[in-house]
Design a protein around this ligand. Structure first.
Ligand SMILES: *Cc1c(COP(=O)(O)O)cnc(C)c1O
Length: 496
């Protein structure tokens, strides 16, 4: 199977090329030429498999230019017992007759980004080999927190790669900062930027678009690449856990084969929910996709009105990984629902660039609302939900998961739908301890982040993830702070 761009018919590449390139040269995103189909008997077979076997099974259907041995090697290197603190990798916890929480945060950085960023470096290394790319790949990341650490952890000591991460000096939490500045690995470099996230992001974009610098690097045997979620290699591993959740429900007799479930996803860039949609297009029985946003509710409005409009205030919330006004992966969804109309997709994206908005029209809007339900939840509602979910189910949800739980309750109140529902849980509550403890106890005054983590451990009786516990005693390796204009020099200094 080959991959094409969402914006033109002319570009056809292998999956290895799609993964090593990241973005199509016409600015579009790579999508599979067709969606592989999986019948119910095949889905039923998954229930007897473990997570790694399920991953090999699903990935092989998309990465048809990879050998079975190559896929197995990538999967086995990523989803190990050493890296994931749950043997199930993505366990499903039932909290009521209808609600099943899919915990995607048992990886090394305690956020769902690990599900993709633990395997992406292996897929990339393998793709580079297949494409005959000799240059060393230098991954550049600007991060507001979660992605930087997950990428560092995934790429640390992966041969043929180096990774440089920039974060805003005053824009990440103390835990997030420690997670990055104590990162091990000979091929990693981390620097603070004296500015906000936009300054860091713009600095990285300037380096990517500097043609002279690209040539300079090429002569030195290096090529720049990115680890953000528009890369197909980050999306495809996410399809696996939706099949895995369904297979778990089959195995424990919670559902019968063919029974439709709902999927709720706390959404930012539209990557995670798109993976669920692809699972459904492959054959996974899903009734509704519930797209949950925080007060940056551009997607809620889009689903309701058919107008995507980013011209609005950017809100900083307690679910920061969803503070996004441009959901890049929506482009792949639009491509699918227009049945591959690249001209239309290009037009929408052009409008988004020039006017900050586009209108898909009534017909497409109606089609979208057949599959997608959109809702949002503000910070107060998020805090209340953490508290009520804890009181009612003794379940501790992080701020992002709480947004999903609240929007799902709104959906049920509105529709009366009783289908069993999988709620994607995207971060460990320990990663956002301050908000979680405050929601449950109402008090965190004068406590540092490690004391708050201990409080959460007392309340929740859940083990503190070792990756967070050991931060307290880890040596800080990176103390550099650079000006936005000096980021290129910082990269050069590291590359030597
Ligand atoms: C990245 C992230 C999200 C948003 O996922 P998308 O794929 O961008 O929609 C939600 N929650 C957490 C904790 C995240 O890190």
């Amino acid at each position: 199977m080959q991959y094409r761009s969402t914006r033109s018919k002319d570009i056809l590449v292998t999956s290895a090329a799609a993964i090593s390139k990241g973005l199509s040269p016409d600015g579009g995103l790579f999508v599979p030429q067709f969606i592989p189909q999986m019948g119910l008997p095949e889905i039923e077979l998954l229930s007897a498999m473990n997570y790694r076997e399920r991953a090999c099974n699903i990935l092989a259907r998309f990465l048809t230019d990879f050998s079975e041995a190559e896929i197995t090697q990538c999967v086995n290197a990523a989803y190990t017992d050493k890296k994931f603190e749950s043997a199930e990798i993505a366990p499903l916890k039932k909290i009521s007759d209808q609600k099943y929480i899919l915990e995607l945060w048992h990886g090394p950085t305690c956020a769902f980004k690990d599900m993709a960023l633990q395997i992406l470096p292996h897929l990339l290394t393998c793709s580079r080999k297949k494409e005959g790319i000799k240059e060393e790949t230098v991954i550049l990341v600007a991060t507001s927190g979660d992605t930087g650490k997950a990428a560092l952890s995934g790429f640390a000591d992966v041969p043929g790669t180096k990774i440089v991460v920039f974060y805003p000096e005053n824009g990440v939490s103390q835990i997030q900062k420690l997670q990055m500045t104590t990162q091990d690995g000979e091929n990693v470099y981390v620097s603070a930027v004296n500015g906000n996230f936009d300054d860091a992001q713009n600095g990285v974009k300037r380096i990517f678009t500097d043609g002279d610098y690209e040539n300079e690097l090429k002569n030195a045997g290096k090529v720049l690449s990115s680890a953000n979620s528009i890369n197909w290699g980050r999306l495809v591993p996410q399809i696996v856990y939706y099949f895995s959740a369904y297979a778990n429900m089959l195995r424990s007799g919670e559902i019968n084969i063919g029974e439709k479930i709902n999927i709720v996803v706390p959404t930012g860039n539209f990557g995670n929910i798109l993976a669920a949609y692809y699972a459904n297009r492959m054959g996974l029985p899903i009734n509704k996709f519930i797209c949950a946003s925080n007060s940056n509710n551009v997607l809620t409005d889009f689903i309701k009105t058919g107008v995507y409009d980013r011209n609005r205030r950017f809100n900083t919330t307690i679910s920061p990984s969803m503070d996004i006004l441009i959901s890049s992966n929506l482009e792949r969804f639009l491509f699918d629902i227009t049945i591959g109309d690249d001209k239309k997709v290009s037009e929408f994206m052009q409008k988004l660039r020039t006017e900050g908005k586009y209108d898909i029209g009534e017909k497409l809007r109606d089609e979208i609302s057949n599959v997608l339900y959109g809702g949002y939840c503000n910070d107060d509602e998020t805090m209340n939900t953490i508290k009520t979910v804890f009181d009612k189910y003794s379940y501790v949800a992080d701020t992002h998961t709480a947004v999903a739980l609240k929007v799902y309750d709104d959906y049920v109140a509105e529709t009366g739908d009783t289908a069993k529902t999988v709620i994607a849980s995207t971060a460990s509550p320990y990663k956002f301890s301050a908000s979680v403890v405050q929601a449950i106890c109402g008090d965190t005054v004068d406590k540092d982040e490690f004391q708050i983590i201990d409080m959460l451990s007392d309340i929740s009786k859940l083990p503190v993830p070792s990756a967070l516990a050991e931060l307290k005693n880890k040596k800080i390796r990176f103390i550099a702070v650079c000006e936005p204009d000096d980021m290129k020099d910082a990269v050069s200094g590291f590359l030597g």
